[in-house]
Design a protein around this ligand. Structure first.
Ligand code: ZN
Length: 325
């Protein structure tokens, strides 16, 4: 049997056919049924994040091969948690698996990802999907996990005013998770049709250029990594407030920060980076209809279309692009 995958190396993006991957003990082979394209995939496709291999951190599939003593996983529908941690270092011991000193991220560093027909992953990366959750919804588990992680870092207490900068899928998932914590959330974006979704969820929204720089927000969550948006966060956040940065400027092509560190110092602002989060909790949130992901499904592509679109700077700026192998 051969598999197909999107391989990136030295700026070349190719659809490749390969021999079936070799599975070691403790690993599973998963046949991918749906993948989502992320900011990281776009950055890898544009050569702005170094990675040689198969990108794709957001993937859903069906287990085709496992160790014989793990037969209960055979044919299971799963989301794959992209973080592979060692479970032994001091950070893993402290419960900070995303900061493991030996961390690998599937489709990002040290392991091939989900832009393929099949992927080999550790059994510990498998998260079961309840039968009633379809692939289109389940594939949002990884970005939803990022939204949960940001919410954990945000410290919502009492009446907390939160501004989300951006209206891509990650921003709109983060807005929905934060609203559930009773934060007063507003979304600043530029896509009218996406901002209309906020209306349905009862989330306030404005076009970013219309928002006043009143420095009155307790928390500002920056979800675009675009220079003007990153710079604007300091105009929205209150003194001693918090900025949570979810996308690195380098990932969207704007090298170097435009954050005015003098303002950061003078305002005693906290700046927090936020990365991958708990995938199992994300699946629960999706499975119990506590978050609307279906509205965020954008265009659908086949695996063979991916090499042609992976270097598009607009790839992850709106609704989620879904890939079916
Ligand atoms: Zn570790």
């Amino acid at each position: 049997m051969t598999i197909r995958c999107v391989h990136v190396e030295g700026g070349e993006i190719q659809l490749q056919s390969r021999a079936e991957p070799i599975r070691e003990a403790g690993q599973a082979i998963v046949e991918i049924t749906r993948a989502g394209l992320s900011h990281l995939d776009a950055a890898i496709g544009q050569g702005r994040v170094d990675f040689t291999g198969v990108p794709g951190q957001e993937m859903v599939g069906r287990v085709t091969q496992v160790d014989s003593e793990q037969e209960e996983w055979k044919s299971a529908r799963v989301v794959i948690d992209p973080l592979i941690n060692c479970s032994q270092c001091r950070w893993c011991g402290a419960g900070l698996r995303s900061q493991c000193s030996d961390l690998r991220i599937i489709g990002r560093s040290g392991a091939d990802g989900g832009l393929a027909t099949h992927v080999v992953v550790p059994l510990t990366s498998l998260v079961r999907i309840p039968d009633h959750v379809d692939d289109d919804a389940a594939v949002f588990a990884v970005p939803v996990s990022r939204a949960i992680q940001a919410a954990r870092q945000a410290t919502i207490q009492g009446q907390t005013y939160v501004t989300i900068v951006g209206d891509n899928a990650l921003a709109l998932l983060t807005a929905q998770v934060l609203v559930r914590l009773n934060a007063s959330v507003r979304v600043l974006g530029g896509h009218e049709t996406l901002l209309d979704r906020c209306e349905r969820w009862g989330i306030r929204h404005r076009r970013r250029e219309e928002a006043g720089h009143r420095a009155d927000q307790d928390i500002v969550v920056e979800c675009t990594g675009e220079r003007p948006a990153v710079a604007a966060t300091l105009g929205f956040v209150r003194p001693r407030g918090t900025i949570i940065q979810m996308i690195a400027p380098r990932v969207v092509g704007d090298r170097g920060t435009t954050l005015d560190l003098q303002k950061l110092v003078d305002g005693e602002i906290r700046l927090i980076g936020s990365s991958f989060g708990p995938v199992r909790e994300a699946v629960d949130l999706i499975a119990t209809d506590q978050i609307d992901v279906v509205s965020l499904v954008g265009v659908r592509k086949r695996l063979e279309d991916v090499p042609g679109i992976l270097s598009d700077p607009q790839l992850a700026t709106g609704r989620k692009v879904l890939v079916t192998p």
